[in-house]
Design a binder for this molecule. Structure first.
Ligand code: NAP
Length: 334
């Protein structure tokens, strides 16, 4: 496979390069690109130095696949060049996710949709992926009626600059005992704080991120009527998104059966024993491929509903691993 990576220096790009040699992919040629400021920089991959190339037309010539993980704007231009040179682009940005001719894929759920595409395949937002996997698991036994989800999203979801902002603001407090008024990425301090606002607000007063969770989940599950209400919150955590999810069914659920169904699902591990302090935390989930579920319980306010807590590494299953798994499916189906 001849593979190009756009955004190789980014938070997701670096994790992708870390996971690639451990995957089933046989990469015969690797090309890396990033923004103009990184051209010429060296990146070590598999003990070899790779030079960051310019994101120009030449980059795409002869590639089989492109993984684009920079921004929606960059992906839009990359898709044109990628199609022109007959490469398939796996896109990490939000640019194409809702396009009808673009499969939006979580391989555990809908890898068959990869059979038909028009040169671009999208991966979901990093908060959507774990939610969709959980709903896909439980719908095998219970009809979904309504979902309420609150997220606790790590700063790495916004990229390298946001990680630096959290660390700088925290260090400022430790060094000076005061809150820093320096912020470039978020509209409020993220150090020693949280921000109930992820991405821009829309006319209905939900944010873009919250509506992505609804629309993307419906598309992945092929369930256009599914009811989801999300509140997305940025928290001072470096890596791993957490979500508190309430799922209502059309009949009372058996919580032990649900725990079993979830634990048997590919890519999900249940770690649930609160009396012995057992539940997943972001620090526990960091670097791991699975998504982890704890705090599973019946909802005391609704006999047809359950509550659960999930932790997922946003850079791994939320981005790089999902893309690698899609490439592995392509290699298998040819
Ligand atoms: N972070 C997550 O958890 C996550 C999860 C799912 C999806 N995503 C999506 O993945 C994408 C990347 O996110 P990230 O968190 O990795 O961001 P990031 O850390 O800010 O990295 C952005 C990357 O894009 C590169 N870039 C900027 N302009 C470019 C251009 N014109 N041509 C080629 N490369 C360019 C940057 O290069 P320089 O280093 O040279 O600036 C850097 O490598 C975004 O679309 C994001 O929405 C992120």
């Amino acid at each position: 496979m001849k593979l190009g990576i756009i955004g190789a220096t980014g938070a997701v790009g670096k994790v992708f390069l870390d996971l690639l040699p451990k995957s089933k992919l046989n990469v015969s040629e690797l090309r890396l690109t990033a923004s103009e400021r990184s051209i010429g920089k060296k990146i070590k991959y598999n003990n070899t130095d790779y030079i960051i190339q310019e994101n120009s037309e030449d980059f795409y010539v002869g590639l089989d696949y492109v993984f684009s993980s920079a921004s929606a704007e960059v992906s839009k231009k990359a898709a044109e060049k990628s199609k022109k040179h007959n490469a398939i682009m796996i896109d990490d940005s939000s640019e194409f996710r809702m396009n009808e001719d673009v499969p939006l894929v979580v391989p555990e759920i809908n890898s068959e949709s990869l059979k038909s595409h028009n040169g671009v395949v999208a991966i979901p937002n990093c908060t959507t992926t774990p939610l969709a996997m959980i709903l896909d698991a439980v719908r095998s036994e219970y009809n979904l009626k309504r979902v309420i989800v609150d997220t606790y999203q790590a700063v790495s979801g916004t990229g390298n600059l946001a990680i630096k902002e959290l660390l700088d603001q925290t260090k400022h407090y430790l060094d000076n005992g005061t809150i820093s008024d320096k912020k470039n990425v978020y509209s409020h301090n993220i150090g020693l704080n949280l921000i109930p606002h992820v991405e821009s607000p829309l006319d209905n007063l939900y944010t873009k991120e919250e509506m992505k969770m609804l629309y993307e989940t419906r598309k992945i599950l092929s369930d256009p009527e599914l009811k989801i209400s999300a509140t997305c919150v940025r928290v001072p955590v470096i890596r791993c998104h957490s979500e508190s999810i309430n799922i209502e069914f059309d009949k009372p659920p058996n919580i032990n059966q649900i725990s079993k169904i979830l634990n048997q699902y590919n890519g999900i591990t249940v770690l649930d024993d609160i009396k012995n302090d057992l539940y997943p935390t972001p620090l526990f989930g960091e670097g791991k491929h699975d998504i982890f579920i704890g705090r599973l319980r019946n909802d005391i306010s609704n006999e047809n509903a359950i509550n659960l807590w999930v932790v997922s590494d946003n850079l791994i299953k939320g981005a790089a691993l999902n893309a690698i798994q899609i490439l592995e499916v392509f290699e298998k189906i040819g």
